[in-house]
Write a protein that binds this ligand. Structure first.
Ligand code: NAD
Length: 250
């Protein structure tokens, strides 16, 4: 059971992309339990409604993060509705199909890149100027162990997550003299709805690489993300946090 710090996010407002499901939803729940306001930007309206049914305090907007104009509109309306945004968690992503790079359909490649890289860029870009005006911000981009190691039969996904690490390092350094920190996390496999997009062979491969010999839990990833998103995490930026059951070797 997570230890809830009741007032940790009191007065703080967060945007969580892809927050209607899985890891993003677990982070949303914890931020709200700890006093924060959360706006979820997700492309799936039914999933947002389901999330709101279990967490009534959750706000949700249907947003495709791969559409920069939609991201800008969502940023403006969230800032207006919540009086500001202090925290951005980018969780929205897809895996794309599991196959070799040479067999990979160009359209699938483009979609993975568009959502997993460009979507993260658009959201970071849309909210940083606002955070700069307030000289405070906590950005946590969700990458993956796949971005460090390169999983076979997941080249688009691995490439996209390596790019998220690169963007986090660049942006974190650009903002290092401000009150905004930019970090990313690299989970290994965590059983969520995203597993439905992968082959069983690929899921078995991911599990076989984890020294703890189990999948991670969404609450375990949320606990780390919430600490990075808190005021307390103040001397770390442009960094990559491991949450992989011992898989990461650096
Ligand atoms: P999930 O499928 O449960 O949640 C992803 C959410 O993103 C969904 O609600 C989906 O509707 C939303 N989404 C997808 N495309 C979108 C778009 N274009 N615009 C807006 N929303 C969109 O997956 P999850 O397991 O919670 O994954 C969350 C993050 O964690 C992802 O970035 C994923 O790559 C990363 N991650 C997951 C695992 C894992 O094993 N679950 C491991 C490493 C990294």
């Amino acid at each position: 059971m997570p230890t809830i710090f009741a007032e940790r996010f009191a007065g703080r407002s967060a945007v969580i992309t892809g927050g209607a499901s899985g890891i993003g939803l677990a982070v949303a729940q914890r931020l709200i339990q700890e006093g924060g306001r959360v706006s979820v930007w997700d492309r799936d309206p039914a999933q947002i409604e389901a999330a709101r049914a279990s967490i009534p305090a959750l706000h949700g907007q249907t947003v495709d993060v791969a559409d920069p104009a939609a991201v800008d509109r969502a940023a403006r309306s969230t800032i207006e509705a919540h009086g500001g945004v202090d925290i951005l968690i980018t969780s929205a992503a897809i895996t794309g199909p599991n196959m070799t790079a040479w067999d990979y359909p160009v359209e699938d490649w483009r979609l993975v890149i568009d959502i997993n890289i460009n979507g993260v860029f658009y959201c970071n870009k849309a909210l940083v100027p606002h955070m700069l005006e307030r000289n405070y911000g906590r950005i946590v981009n969700i990458a993956s162990i796949a971005g460090k190691e390169g999983n076979p039969n997941a080249s688009a996904y691995s490439t996209s997550k390596a790019a998220v690490i690169g963007l986090t390092k660049s942006l974190g350094k650009e903002l290092a003299k401000t009150g905004i920190t930019v970090n990313c996390v690299t989970p290994a496999a965590v059983r969520t709805a995203i597993f439905k997009q992968m082959s069983q062979e690929h899921i078995d491969f991911m599990l076989s690489k984890i020294p703890m010999a189990r999948f991670g839990e969404v609450d375990e990833v949320a606990a780390l993300i919430c600490w990075i998103a808190s005021e307390e995490c103040s001397f770390t930026t442009a960094a990559v946090f491991d949450v992989s059951g011992g898989r990461a070797t650096y």
